[in-house]
Design a protein around this ligand. Structure first.
Ligand code: XIL
Length: 389
């Protein structure tokens, strides 16, 4: 009885000690975060985001031989006239954020619904904008029938039929296609760096080659792109991803697979400081040396961990835009910049990376009233600094 009591007390004491340890480390992490935030804030506060004119982003980019554009949603573009006006005014290219993904295009295994994407293609034509395709092969945004239907007997045919039908449907009207999206994931620990997806599982590792070849046959004149995220920071994870993506691109080129460009999504964080311009530039030039173009395809800057006061928040976001784009645009192979949305009214980050204080996220060039923000100035400045292609 006595020994049990003592044992019990010792355990409690040990438990309290452990708790105190956890408490100290939580406080330590919190202090580190606050310190980091103060540093980020200080660095961006005194920056000057002045621009020399009001010229729209698309026009500014065009004078340098670059293309600026944004992702759009059909429901928003068709109902919000202020958004539509801003898109036409600022952009030279649009890309459907949702409408060309399998879950939109493929209501059943045997049918296609092109209506929403066709509306956007038509909008681009009416307004003299380029139209970009996203995306033919991805492991996300698949229809509900997909897992129940796909197997190793039908996967190859299903993929070929999808690519052929969709690419032919827009042939002659499309600037570029993200043929394969996010196929690399070194965390899956395969020697080829490929992510374990249904496509890999049911077709095998040549599904990427099959996809590019089918796209090229269906539209020989469009730019065929491999698109991926997690490539920009100086972290082990991003380094591994850069290496694996390079390996994939080298392999495709060595086999003469029709691939023309790398799309770097560029979903950045306003809170991340581990950006190393030299390492990033080296990666870009290695991609370029394979004879590939580069597109910045889905840029935005998450502000979820930043202060709520716009006076502090906006310059941080803008600083990240300008620093990143200035480096990226130094590489002559970079031909275009797209942001993943134009206005803060329509950004996936409101759901994906919401702010704890419930404030509207401010991650894109225009605010919810379609007014230009410092992020707009930052992008404009990067285009102004860029050398002509
Ligand atoms: C996102 C959309 O923005 C969201 O609205 C949707 O719910 C999920 O997909 N990488 C991509 C894009 O290639 O297709 C993703 O778009 C964002 C990450």
């Amino acid at each position: 009885m006595l020994s049990r009591k003592i044992f019990g007390r010792r355990q409690t004491l040990l438990g309290l000690g452990g708790l105190a340890g956890i408490g100290a480390s939580v406080i330590g992490t919190e202090l580190n975060k606050q310190y980091k935030l103060r540093q980020i804030q200080r660095d961006s506060q005194n920056r000057n985001f002045k621009v020399t004119s009001n010229t729209a982003l698309g026009q500014r980019a065009a004078t340098k031989g670059l293309i600026y554009g944004a992702a759009v949603r059909q429901y928003a573009l068709s109902s919000d006239t202020k958004l539509a006006e801003s898109v036409v005014y600022e952009c030279k290219m649009i890309v459907p954020e949702w409408e060309l993904k399998w879950n939109y295009l493929r209501p059943t295994p045997t049918s296609f619904n092109f209506a929403p994407a066709d509306w956007l293609a038509d909008f681009s034509r009416r307004n003299g904008l380029l139209f970009r395709g996203h995306t033919l092969v991805w492991h996300e945004a698949l229809p509900i029938w997909f897992p129940k239907t796909i197997n190793s007997k039908n996967a190859r045919q299903l993929l070929l039929e999808h690519i052929t039908t969709v690419v032919k449907h827009y042939a002659g009207h499309i600037h570029s296609w993200d043929v394969v999206n996010e196929a690399i994931d070194p965390r899956d620990r395969r020697s080829d760096g490929l992510k374990n997806t249904p496509w890999l599982q049911f077709i095998g590792q040549d599904y990427i080659e099959i996809a590019f070849s089918a796209a090229a046959e269906s539209d020989p004149n469009t730019l065929l792109v491999y698109n991926d995220y997690g490539l920009q920071y100086d972290t082990h994870e991003h380094e591994a991803k850069r290496n694996a993506v390079l390996k994939l691109l080298e392999n495709l080129k060595s086999k003469d697979i029709p691939i023309h460009a790398l799309g770097i999504q560029s979903h950045l964080s306003g809170y991340e400081t581990r950006f190393n311009p030299d390492k990033f530039k080296k990666f870009l030039s290695e991609v370029a040396s394979l004879g590939l173009k580069i597109l910045i395809t889905e840029m935005d800057v998450a502000d979820n961990k930043l202060p709520s006061d716009i006076k502090f928040r906006d310059p941080i976001v803008a600083g990240v835009y300008e620093d990143y784009l200035s480096v990226a645009l130094e590489e002559p192979a970079v031909i275009s910049v797209l942001t993943w949305g134009l206005s803060d009214s329509y950004t996936w980050l409101s759901q994906n990376k919401p702010r704890k204080d419930q404030a509207t996220v401010r991650t894109l060039p225009l605010d919810t009233q379609m007014r230009r923000k410092l992020a707009w100035n930052a992008i404009a400045r990067a285009f102004d600094k860029a050398t002509k292609r």
